[in-house]
Design a protein around this ligand. Sequence first.
Ligand code: ARG
Length: 462
Amino acid sequence: MTESKLWGGRFAKSTDKLVEDFHSSISFDQILYRYDIAGSIAHATMLGRQGIITADEAKRLVQGLQEVLADIDAGRVEFEVGAEDIHMNIEKILTERVGDVGKKLHTARSRNDQVALDIRLYLRDETGEVQKLLLRLQRVLLDLAAAHKASVMAGYTHLQKAQPITFGHHMLAYFQMFRRDYERLADCKKRLNRLPLGSGALATTTFPIDREFVARELGFDGICENSLDGVSDRDFIVEFIDAAALIMVHLSRFAEEIVLWSSNEFGYITLDDAYSTGSSIMPQKKNPDVAELVRGKSGRVFGHLLGTLTMLKGLPLAYNKDMQEDKEALFDTVNTVKKSLLVFAPMLATMRVNVEKMFERAKGGFINATDAADYLAARGVPFREAHAVIGHLVKYAEDKGAGLEDLSLEELQRFSPVFAADVFEHIKIANCVAARNIPGGPALPAVEAAIASGEKWLAAQA
Ligand code: ARG
C-alpha cells in the first residue's frame, strides 16, 4: 500500500485521505508539465553523457519523456491526486511506460531543485509574454498620441483643472509608465535566468553531474552558485509579482481615468459597444465594466505580493513545504496581468475621443491662470507677486461669473499696469499649450519628439 508512493519505503501506514488532498498540488501545478519534462530531458541527457546512467538508458528516458509530453499535449493523460504533484505524476507515468529505467530518472536530483527549475522556466516564458502584451498596449498608446497630438484637454491636479495639455501628451505619460514596467521585467529576467538544478535537496549530490551543460541546454545564463540558495529562495517570484503589481497600479489609474472620462460629466471619450456593458434594469446604461474590473483586479495581485513575502519571511533554509504556496499566487498574478493587458489595448484602440467636447471642457476653471501669471513675470513682475495679482483677478472674475479672457484690458490693468493688449493672445488655451515647448512638455513639437523617441524604443524591442 505505502509502496504505491514514490517515497513510501519508510512508511508503515498510508497517508490519510484528508492529508493527501491537503498537500497535493497537482490540481494547480500541472500547468508546469512542459517545463518539468524539458528539465527532465536535459537532466537525463546529462546523466547519460556523464556515464551516471548508460547512453541507452538516457535515450529511453528521453524518448519516453517526449511521448508523455505528446500525450499530455493531446489531453490523453489523467493526473492523480495521490501522486501529489506534477513532478511525481510525470515520473510515475513515465515509469509505467518505459519500465524500470524510469526509476533512474531521479538519480542525482530532488524535487526541491526540480520545482525551483520548473518555476524559473515557466516564469521566463511568461515574463516574455507579459512583455509582448505591454508592447501591444504601448503601440496603441503611440497611435493615440499621434492622432491626438493637438487635441487640447484639461490637465488636472487634485482632479481640479490645472493647466491645459493635449490628449496625446496624456497618452504618452502612460507610455512611459509601461516602458518602465517592460524594463523592470527585463531586469527581473536577468536574475531569474540561473539554473537551480544540481542543488539537489539542498547539498548537491554525490554523483559527478555537469550543471553547466544542463544550464546551456535549457538556455540559462549560468547556475545558482549556492545549492541552499538554489532551492530556498523565491525572490525571483517576489520580484515578478512586484513588477506585475506596478503594471496593475498603472492600469488601474488609467482605468480610473477611463471611467471618469466616459461619464456624462466629462464626456471626453465614448467606449466602443464591444467594450462596454449594459444594466439589467436601466435601459440607458452603458457601463465601463472592463476598466472597472481591471481596477478591481489590481487588488488580488497586491495581495499575492504580500502573501508571498509573508510565506517566505520566517522559513529556515532550505526547502519547506510552505513554499508550495508560491504557485497559486504566481499563476494567478500571471493570468490577471495578462488578461488585463490583453483587454485594455483594444478597449483603448476602439474608443472614440470626443475632441470638441474635451476642448470645450478645457476652457472653464481658470486653466490659463498660470499663463497669465507667467505673462506678468516675463515682463519683470516677480513671479510671487504676479501669482498674487492673478489670484485677485481670478476672485474678481469668478464673482462676475467670467473667465480671465472675458475681462476687458481696462479691468485687467486695474490689477496690474503691466497688462497690455497682447495678453489676450497669451491666455488663449491653444497658445497656453503651444507655449510649453519644453522637452517632455505638451506643445506639438515636444509631443512629436516624444512620439519619435517612443517609436524608436518600440522598434528596438522588436
Ligand atoms: N510540490 C512541491 C512544491 O511545489 C514540490 C517540492 C516538494 N518537495 C518536498 N520535499 N516535499 O513545492
